[in-house]
Design a protein around this ligand. Structure first.
Ligand code: DON
Length: 329
């Protein structure tokens, strides 16, 4: 048996894989409704028809389908890890003093709210203004030290050292005028804990961490279990920080499509413009699903919509959640 959590559970890994393979083949077709991110030249070259998924459960049980092994950069998915990292170091109160927890309904890189709402506190850590602020809060007096702290958390969860895709980083750095504008505004209003260029370097490097769907699913799994790493048998992240991060994923993780995603999928999730989605199913949600003990889910499908979310990935998730009845609502 694939899972032994309930004797009534009938799923076998092969059967789950076959479902996923069929659904991936079907939803891959949806990719033509989106396009690869073009504002970062290095992302434009991805094959828009790719779609892959990895689901990992608490015993390490893993099912995969499609292009699940293809490397891609974390992009905004990294915002969840950096927020958790900053909270681990400073405590939640310190971080929440500098970044709020309210959805905006605006684009991820929007500038408009910063000046409209004095004193210019970023609305949440999942939009760029909030994420750049959070990156500046990471401990250390240099970008290297800040990234070192973030990498250590990444490594503890995924059991792999992070690799930066230098081509993507350089491409982002060369085209980061809007992020630079955000960072300058945040520096002016006193929200950045370091210099503009340092905060940007940390933020853009964390976006350029190269991953595959399995690593993303592993992070999702640890979040599903409130910071407990079942494969290490260790609480690697504080429960209250993880719960806050999941609330932010649900309300802000899919940008200006977060409401629709909560309504039609119903799982905490975080997307990135390279086409990644990290999501998770909490344990004991539906005993008849293939993952009654919960799971992390990593998806890669580089054709994105106008909000920055993978078109085929969201479509695939809708089907999985519907078929296996695993919405949290
Ligand atoms: O700030 C940027 O432009 C990117 N490096 C990250 C943005 C991102 O992934 C937004 N996602 N959907």
């Amino acid at each position: 048996m694939f899972q032994t959590a309930t004797s009534a559970n009938k799923w076998e890994a092969q059967q789950v894989t076959e479902h996923l393979q069929r659904w991936v083949a079907y939803h891959r077709e949806q990719a033509s409704e989106g396009a690869c991110a073009s504002y970062i030249p290095a992302l434009r070259r991805a094959d828009p028809t790719q779609l892959g998924i990895c689901m990992v459960g608490p015993s390490g049980n893993k099912v995969t389908a499609g292009d699940w092994e293809v490397p891609f950069t974390m992009q905004s998915i990294s915002k969840v890890v950096s927020f958790i990292a900053a909270c681990c170091h400073h405590g939640m109160a310190y971080v929440l003093d500098r970044v709020d927890v309210e959805p905006t309904g605006d684009a991820f890189n929007s500038i408009i709210r910063l000046e409209m709402h004095k004193p210019g506190k970023p609305f949440n850590p999942m939009i760029n203004a909030g994420a750049i602020t959070v990156s500046s809060l990471l401990p250390g007096s240099t970008p290297e030290q800040k990234l070192h702290y973030l990498y250590a958390i990444f490594q503890k969860i995924t059991d792999s050292a992070p690799v930066i895709n230098e081509e993507v980083f350089v491409s982002e750095w060369m085209h980061s005028h809007r992020n630079r504008a955000l960072a300058h505004y945040l520096k002016d209003t006193g929200y950045l804990d370091c210099e503009v260029e340092e905060a940007l370097e940390v933020y853009l490097k964390q976006c350029s961490i190269q991953v595959n769907t399995e690593q993303i699913a592993l992070i999702g799994l640890v979040l599903a279990l409130d910071g407990y790493h079942p494969l290490r048998g260790e609480q690697v992240l504080p429960k209250e920080v993880v719960r806050l991060a999941k609330a932010l994923m649900l309300t802000c993780g899919m940008y200006d499509a977060s409401g629709k995603f909560a309504a039609y999928v119903g799982l905490p999730a975080k997307s990135g413009v390279s086409g990644g989605i990290m999501t998770l199913v909490p344990p004991n949600l539906r005993s008849q699903s293939p993952f009654p003990g919960g799971c992390g889910i990593g998806i890669f499908g580089p054709a994105i919509d106008s909000c920055g979310n993978s078109v085929a990935g969201v479509s695939l998730l809708k089907q999985i959640v519907h078929e296996w009845d695993i919405s949290i609502f």
